[in-house]
Ligand binder design. Sequence first.
Ligand code: ADP
Ligand code: MG
Length: 155
Amino acid sequence: MTTSTWETTTTNAAQTEQLAERIGRAIRGGEVIELISDLGGGKTTFTRGLVRGVGSTDPVASPTFTLSKVYQAADVTVHHFDFYRLHEAGIMADELAELFDDPKGVVIVEWADVVQHVLPDTKLTIDIKQTPSGDRRFTFHCPEPMTYLLEAVQQ
Ligand code: ADP
Ligand code: MG
């Protein structure tokens, strides 16, 4: 599958939320987004902005101890997973995979290593790197069918 790569930098959490909010406004439902970074990289901050962008007022917090959280918007439901330090996904992998078939569901996954085998090929992968100055360098790996999400942040 053809994948486009695009990079951008944010200098604070508010900017990361704004970036993600633009993605959120372009969400159609059915998307899978994988967020990759070290701890404190900004994955949950990004999710907060995206959830606001889809029009949900639900509070976004790290689901580190609950594995998943759900945020409701008018048109879509955002499922937010965090598999930090989970060594085996077990039944969670099946539950996750079932969500991919829901055209009104949006799936966001932090620390997706243990569920990598069930993730669809058509997913937006966002890699976040902390720079020495504390900025966040975002690299978007966007498959062709999800180009509309990239266009939302490039314009
Ligand atoms: P993760 O989910 O990747 O562990 P969080 O989003 O929970 O990361 O935490 C990121 C932390 O870094 C927050 O405390 C946030 O305020 C801070 N921060 C500083 N600069 C940025 C930035 N440019 N983007 C996102 N978060 C930032
Ligand atoms: Mg997090």
